[in-house]
Write a protein that binds this ligand. Structure first.
Ligand code: C5P
Length: 403
């Protein structure tokens, strides 16, 4: 049983958080409702008080509330801060460290994990300011229950509706006690492209969208792992419950991965890492004052190969690479498996228009020492789940053998 502070903000979805409170109680959790001033315009405190059987926290300055500096004492006793619905206003306050009411002060004061279920008008959700605040919070480790699409109270049809109470309760359960074959395992996943600067405005990059790596991080989390996602530049929203480390160059990615590899049980290199970088980036913008330009490129560190060498003889962490090929896909993958001394290569043909780069689907062949398995064309999220399951099986067989 956990103690959950349920932050309720002033959105039309506030009435649904009554059901969230009940759902949490059904799972055996104790709930303390923290309502913002605007939330009380939508639902009365008595409703939450009757359901939670606790005094509802409404103000920092309420008589009696300061006998033990309540936001500090609640902050240190809760196991989770859940905010549902989370309005653009509260998201903005959390992102920017504004603490002008009980809920926003509680966010700053607590070390407990934070889960937010945003709900707002579609245009508000899409607004740059809101998206930036969400990104800031996500990078700080705040987890989200994605808003649903459908008919919104404001009349718009689009994304922004508060997630269903049942889904919010499941997300809480996942966060408090993720279960699954990777429970207790630390998984590092890399995703996206890298960028190698030519000058202050140009870089050498590639077409990786990060979809596959992000889907793998999400799937690993769903299977119970503690996940660190080392992400090259992409527009993607990080999955909930995952620590995100943003990097730009191959060298930065190498440093971020190597620093975490010794503690990791699994490293999955799904990123499309640049193989070559400009020997020297120009400090000033390069002007087109020549008819031709010859670029000198130098090799970047091969992160996966370095991890393969570093773990020689120990078999830990389990190493998984990706091979994006345009011909002889499986043969190339098998070559990489032994050249980089890794446990699994997930190979795909990036010359196809319907799979690989920048699309939602993929068809891959998983190559291990034991054999090959082709996963037919399907959504990258489904591929990710299969790959994670194969990794969990491989990991389990390792552990059994070494005992
Ligand atoms: O050798 P190749 O680049 O085709 O191998 C692809 C695999 O190696 C991918 O898993 C990729 O993330 C990883 N890689 C790496 N460091 C590089 C280049 C690729 O770890 N510099």
């Amino acid at each position: 049983m956990a103690l959950v502070a349920l932050g309720v903000c002033g959105g039309i979805g506030a009435y649904k958080s009554v059901e969230v409170a009940r759902g949490l109680q059904k799972q055996g959790h104790d709930v303390i409702a923290v309502m913002t001033r605007a939330a009380r315009k939508f639902v009365g405190t008595v409703t939450f008080e009757a359901i939670t059987r606790h005094r509802v926290v409404t103000s920092q300055f309420e008589a009696g509330a300061n006998s033990d500096i309540e936001h500090i004492s609640l902050a240190s006793s809760i196991d989770l801060l859940l905010v549902a619905p989370a309005t653009a206003n509260v998201i903005g306050k959390f992102a920017n460290g504004i603490a002008d009411d009980f809920l926003s002060s509680l966010y700053l004061a607590t070390k407990a994990p934070v889960l937010m279920a945003p709900a707002m008008n579609t245009h508000m959700l899409e607004h740059d300011a809101v998206r930036r605040n969400l990104d800031v919070l996500a990078a700080r480790g705040v987890r989200f229950v994605e808003p649903g699409a459908g008919y919104l109270a404001c009349g718009w049809i689009g994304k922004g509706r508060l997630a269903e109470p049942g889904d919010i309760v499941s997300a809480v359960e996942q966060l408090l006690s993720p279960s699954g074959p990777l429970k207790g395992k630390r998984v590092v996943v890399t995703a996206g492209p890298t960028r190698e600067a030519l000058d202050p405005v140009r870089f050498i990059g590639n077409r990786s969208s990060g979809k596959m790596g992000y889907a793998l991080a999400e799937a690993a989390r769903r299977h119970g792992a503690d996940v660190v996602l080392v992400a090259g530049p992409t527009e993607r929203r990080p999955p909930s419950g995952v620590e995100v480390v943003h990097v730009s160059t191959a060298t930065e990615m190498r440093d971020a991965v190597v620093a975490r590899a010794a503690e990791a049980d699994v490293v999955i290199m799904a990123a499309a890492v640049a193989d070559y970088a400009p020997a020297e980036a120009s400090a000033q913008k390069i002007h087109k004052d020549r008819d031709e330009m010859i670029l000198k490129l130098v090799r970047t560190p091969d992160i996966l190969a370095e991890l393969g060498r570093a773990r020689a003889g120990s078999g830990r962490p389990l190493l998984v690479g990706f091979a994006a090929e345009t011909s002889d896909v499986v043969a190339q993958a098998r070559k990489k498996l032994s050249a980089k001394a890794v446990d699994m290569i997930v190979a795909n043909d990036v010359s196809r228009a319907d799979a690989g780069f920048e699309v939602d689907n993929n068809e891959v062949t998983i190559v291990t020492q034991q054999g090959e398995e082709t996963l037919p064309l399907q959504e990258k999220t489904a591929i990710a789940s299969h790959v994670i399951e194969r990794i969990a099986t491989l990991l389990k067989s390792r552990i059994t053998v070494s005992r």
